[in-house]
Write a protein that binds this ligand. Structure first.
Ligand code: PEP
Length: 253
């Protein structure tokens, strides 16, 4: 059984004060929810506050990115050891906005994934095709390539915590959600590729989340698909009520 994970990607939104205000409203709304894991990925400036405020609750927090090295002359970066030092347990890797705006490459995602596993941070590795690639019939090729690169040199034995997020670039922040069937098909491609690299037991146990314009009214149909094990939610996670509704609706299928 793969326990669903519903995660919020806050991107570059919310000051620490706003993050804490969100939590005061949100935590009571989900306190009895046990059917899925809940995670929040706030900005780096809010991360420590969110980690402290969620201690002892059913919500955990993680970073939206990190460097793969522990320290060095890399202005603006945060290292795995720095995340560990504030009790951070999760990290998003290779989000398409990082790939587009920070020029993060597949090789960098691979280095970061290895560093996350070395530091026992639970990684969520994001993959997904652009509209252009989908329209050219290259969705499968892109997904297989991104997964193969991310997993290069990773051993099946260490894959237990890895989470993949399928986030078609054309669905992120656009309101154009993938159909449940499109998403399910993409997840099946990803799972097959994971099995090729890490073996079937690892692939069968790995959670694959869907991300891209998930809302309270479409999450149930996405989650009804057998290959979809949760959601990574951007815009609709910024309001406490909307994110809580997504969490509750996600188990309604
Ligand atoms: C995201 O940023 O990971 C995302 C899925 O955004 P949105 O839900 O706004 O499409």
């Amino acid at each position: 059984m793969r326990k669903p994970l519903i995660a919020a990607n806050w991107k570059m939104y919310k000051t620490p004060k706003e993050s804490l205000a969100f939590l005061s409203e949100f935590l009571p709304l989900v306190k009895d929810h046990t059917a899925s894991e809940i995670a929040i990925f706030p900005t780096m400036s809010s991360l420590g506050y969110v980690i402290e405020a969620t201690k002892g609750t059913n919500v955990t927090a993680g970073a939206q990115t990190m460097h793969w090295l522990n320290e060095g002359p890399y202005t603006g970066q945060t290292s795995p050891t720095m995340l560990e030092s504030i009790d951070c347990t999760r990290v998003l890797l290779g989000h398409s906005e990082r790939r587009i705006y920070a020029h993060e490459t597949d090789d960098m995602v691979n280095l970061k994934l290895k560093a996350a596993l070395d530091h026992e941070l639970i990684p969520v590795v994001c993959v997904g095709e652009t509209l252009d690639k989908r329209q050219s019939g290259l969705t499968e090729a892109v997904l297989r390539w991104q997964i193969a690169c991310a997993l290069n040199g990773i051993k099946g034995a260490s894959c237990g915590s890895v989470v993949i997020a399928y986030e078609p670039v054309w669905a992120i922040g656009t309101g154009s959600v993938a159909t449940p069937e499109q998403a399910n098909e993409a997840h099946a491609i990803i799972r097959r590729e994971v099995a090729t690299h890490l073996g079937l037991p690892c692939a069968s146990g790995m959670r694959i989340l869907y991300g891209g314009s998930v809302k309270p009214d479409n999450v149930a149909s996405l989650m009804s698909q057998p290959e979809i094990d949760g959601a990574l939610v951007g815009g609709a996670s910024l309001q406490a009520r909307s994110f809580a509704e997504i969490i509750h609706n996600s188990t309604a299928a």
